[in-house]
Design a protein around this ligand. Structure first.
Ligand SMILES: Nc1ncnc2c1ncn2[C@@H]1O[C@H](COP(=O)(O)OP(=O)(O)OP(=O)(O)O)[C@@H](O)[C@H]1O
Ligand SMILES: Nc1ncnc2c1ncn2[C@@H]1O[C@H](COP(=O)(O)OP(=O)(O)OP(=O)(O)O)[C@@H](O)[C@H]1O
Ligand SMILES: [Mg+2]
Ligand SMILES: [Mg+2]
Lengths: 159, 165, 159, 165
C-alpha cells in the first residue's frame, strides 16, 4: 500500500510542477513534500510555491490570487492522475486578474478535451472562453429558471 | 462516460421542473448573485450521494426542498435526475444511457432510482466507484475548497490525495 | 453600560436595515437579534436576511454574493454609527455580479462624502467608479512599485 | 482628519522607498495578482499598531521585512510612515500634520515615531483612540473578515459591535 501511495504521490508531484508552471512561468519553483517521509500513509503534505522569482517563507505569504492558482494547480495535478469524466468549477476565478483569467480558461480548454467541464462564473473573460452557456434567472421572485445564453450576442447587444 | 443533462424539480430555488443539457466539452453557467447557480452544483452533489447537510449549505437536509415564496407554497418533495451516456462502459451496467434519480419527501422519506428502477443509495455510490466522481470528489471545486486545501483544514489535502491515489 | 450598548445596538440595527435595502430592494426584510435579550452585554448577535422575496431559513442558505452584501450592510451599519476618517476595502467586490458592483460603488460614493475610501479591486465596474487610482506593478521580479493609473485612458488604449 | 500619504521602504515586496498619495475621497489601488496591493493594506494595519502576525499573513513578525529576490539582498529593516492632516483636530495634538512611523529591524528591535520624535507603540494607539481607526478597526475590510462575520467566528460580530458602540 505504501508503495502504491508513493507511486501516486510522485506522479501527482510531477503533475503539480507542470501545471504550476503553466499557471505561472516556466522557470518557477514549487514542490509537494511529505512532512514525515518515514510515515507516508499518515504524514501531512506540505506545499511550497515560489512564483516569479519570489522567495516566500510559506504559502501564507502569497497573495490571494497566487494562493488560488497554487491550490488549483494541486487539484488539477490530482485530476491528471485520475481524470474524472466531468468537473464542476464554481466561481474559482473570483480572485484572479484578467491575465490569470486567461491562463485559467486556457488550462480548462486543454483538459476539456478529455473531460466535460461545467463552469460557473461572473467574469467576462471566462464567459468568452466557454462554448455554450446557460443563464440562470429569477424572473418570478425566488424561483430559478434557465435560459440559453450566447456571450458574443449578449456583448454585441450591450454595445 | 459523458454527462448529458440534469433535471431539477422542487430542489432549493428550482420550484419548477428545469432541465439543463451538458452536451459540450465546456458549459458555462452564468447569472446574477442569488439566482441559483450554486444550487445546481449542490444538486449534482446531492444526486451523487452527498449526505452531509453542511456540504450543501443546509442546517438540515429537508431545507433543500423548495421552501416557498410569498406567492407560492413550499414543495412537497425535491427531485433531481442526472443523465449519463455510458460511453466506454465506464459504468458497470449494460445500459448505454444511465439516469440516476434521488427524491426527498418533506415527511422525511427518500427514494433512489437507476433508470427509474428503485434502488438503495449504496447502489448509486457503487455505480460511480472508481470513476473519480462522487459527492466528495476532487472534481467538484469551489472557493471554500481552495481555502481548505491552502490551510489544510482537517487533513483535506491528505483526503484528496487518497481519493486520487 | 447596558443602556449605552442597547442604544448603540438599536441604532446599528436601524442602519443595517437601511443599508441592506439599498444593496437589495426597498421592500426586503432583514434584522439583527440578540440571541439572549436578558444578557445584552454577552449575548450572541444573530443576523436574518431575506432578499428579494426569498425566505431562507438562515443566512447560510444565501448565495455567495448575497452573503457578502449582507455582511457589508452590517459593517457599514457600524460605520454609520461612528464613521471612521478613512476606510480600506480589499477586493470585497470579488463575489459580486455586475449589477451589484454598481450598488457597491454607489454606496461607497455616498459614504466617501464623509470619509476617505481606499479601494483595492480587480473589477472594471469598480475601477470606473473611483476618481483616481494607482497601479501597482512588479517590473523588477519580486519588487513592487507604484504608477499612476487612469481608467478611461487605459480603456481607450485597450480598444 | 484626512489621510495624506503612505510611505513604505523594506516592507514586504516594497523594497524601494515608495510613496502613495491619498488626496481624493476615493482612491483605487489596482494591479495584477501578487503585485503588492494587499501588502499596502498590511502596511497601514502595521503602522497603526497591529501586533498579531497572523493578521498580517505572517508566520512571524520579521517576515514582513523585504526578504530579497534572486537579484537583490534582503533589507535590514522595514519602515512605514502614514501622514495625516489633522483637520477638525480629531487627533489630540496641536500639530496640523501628523506623521506616524514604525520601524522593525531584522535583529528584532522596533522604533516608533510621531512627527519624527521617538515614542512608544502605546502613544500611537492612544493618538487614534476614539477615532474608529486602529489596527483592529471595522474600517479595514477584506474578504476573510466578511467570512468571519457570517460564521461569527470567535464572536467576531460581538467584538465589532463593541468597537463601534
Ligand atoms: N429550499 C430552498 N427553497 C427556496 N429557495 C432556496 C432554498 N435554498 C436556497 N434557496 C435560495 O437560493 C438562493 C441561492 O442560490 P445560489 O447559491 O445558487 O446562488 P448563486 O447563483 O450561486 O449566487 P452567487 O453568484 O451569489 O454565488 C438563495 O437566495 C436562497 O434563498
Ligand atoms: N517579506 C517579503 N519580502 C518580499 N516579498 C514579500 C514579502 N512578503 C510578501 N511578499 C510577496 O508579496 C506578494 C503578495 O503581495 P500582495 O498580497 O500584496 O498581492 P496582491 O496585489 O494583493 O495580489 P492579489 O490580487 O492576488 O490579492 C507575494 O508574492 C509575496 O511573495
Ligand atoms: Mg454561488
Ligand atoms: Mg490581495
Amino acid at each position: 500500500a505504501t508503495e502504491k501511495f508513493m507511486e501516486a504521490f510522485d506522479q501527482i508531484r510531477e503533475n503539480f510542477v507542470e501545471v504550476f508552471r503553466t499557471l505561472f512561468t516556466p522557470d518557477d519553483q514549487c514542490d509537494l513534500i511529505l512532512q514525515d517521509p518515514n510515515d507516508p500513509l499518515e504524514s501531512r503534505i506540505d506545499i511550497t510555491a515560489k512564483p516569479k522569482g519570489k522567495r516566500p517563507q510559506s504559502i501564507d505569504q502569497l497573495s490571494g490570487g497566487e494562493k488560488s492558482l497554487t491550490a488549483l494547480a494541486l487539484i488539477f495535478a490530482l485530476y491528471l492522475l485520475k481524470p474524472a469524466p466531468f468537473c464542476v468549477l464554481d466561481e474559482v476565478d473570483a480572485p484572479l486578474d484578467d491575465n490569470n483569467l486567461g491562463k485559467y480558461s486556457d488550462l480548462i480548454k486543454r483538459f476539456s478535451e478529455q473531460s466535460q467541464f461545467i463552469i460557473v462564473t461572473h467574469r467576462k473573460v471566462t464567459m468568452a472562453a466557454v462554448e455554450v452557456a446557460y443563464g440562470i434567472t429569477m424572473q418570478q421572485r425566488g424561483i430559478s429558471m434557465v435560459v440559453p445564453f450566447n456571450f458574443s450576442e449578449w456583448e454585441a447587444a450591450k454595445n | 462516460m459523458r454527462l448529458q443533462s440534469i433535471e431539477l424539480k422542487g430542489f432549493k430555488s428550482f420550484a419548477e421542473r428545469t432541465v439543463i443539457h451538458f452536451n459540450q466539452n465546456m458549459t458555462g453557467i452564468i447569472g446574477p448573485n442569488g439566482c441559483g447557480k450554486s444550487n445546481i452544483v449542490d444538486a449534482i452533489r446531492w444526486v451523487l450521494g452527498e449526505q452531509k447537510s453542511s456540504s450543501l449549505r443546509l442546517k438540515k437536509m429537508d431545507n433543500l426542498i423548495f421552501n416557498g415564496t410569498q406567492k407560492r407554497k413550499p414543495a412537497g418533495r425535491a427531485e433531481v435526475s442526472l443523465t449519463f451516456e455510458n460511453t466506454k462502459n465506464l459504468l458497470p451496467t449494460e445500459f448505454t444511457t444511465v439516469v440516476v434519480t434521488r427524491i426527498l419527501y418533506r415527511e422525511g422519506s427518500s427514494e433512489y432510482r437507476i433508470n427509474n428502477v428503485p434502488c438503495r443509495l449504496k447502489d448509486i455510490s457503487n455505480l460511480f466507484l472508481d470513476t473519480g466522481i462522487g459527492s466528495d470528489s476532487y472534481a467538484i471545486i469551489e472557493l471554500s475548497m481552495i481555502g481548505d486545501i491552502l490551510k489544510d483544514k482537517e487533513h483535506s489535502r491528505r483526503r484528496l490525495f487518497e481519493q486520487a491515489a
